[in-house]
Ligand binder design. Sequence first.
Ligand code: MN
Length: 191
Amino acid sequence: MKFTLPELPYTLDALEPHISKRTLEFHYGKHHQAYATNLNNLVLGTEFENADLETIVLKAEGSIFNNGAQVWNHTFYFMSFSPGGGGVPKGKLAEAIDKTFGSFDKFKELFSQAGATLFGSGWAWLVKRPDGSLDIIKESNAGNPLRNGLTPILTCDVWEHAYYLDYQNRRPDYIQGFWNCVDWEIVGKRY
Ligand code: MN
């Protein structure tokens, strides 16, 4: 099959207690995998049969877009974490965060709020505009900022499947835990 999941650079229990092994077994092992399997089936015989994932995210519509963007978004999300995560960004990203939001704490507050208040299923994103400035945006369902010419820097999946096993309805608690998993070394390279 053409579209596959990334191999995670950590074990499934590495993000505990913030994101449990059981959540990763379902979220990565079942949900992410299902989007990739669906995408592989959906593109057969279409103009996207030989397209790369980014082209699908940028150009496709309907189910091909939904499954393709969900593959992209989940890979980006899972590849932002490490067991030694948390702390604060450094270098150019840290400077841009301070410049745009005033401080890292203020950024965290605004990003957490965006994730907590997103109605229904979707993703909170930290993005870079073409001029280098930053913004926090919310995207519903499979939404992806590349469609609007923005560069994704960090994302938090706020679909219920991302947190329900660990936190039930307490999405804000999941988002607090999320900060302890983010590897700023990896995320900083995206800026
Ligand atoms: Mn998800």
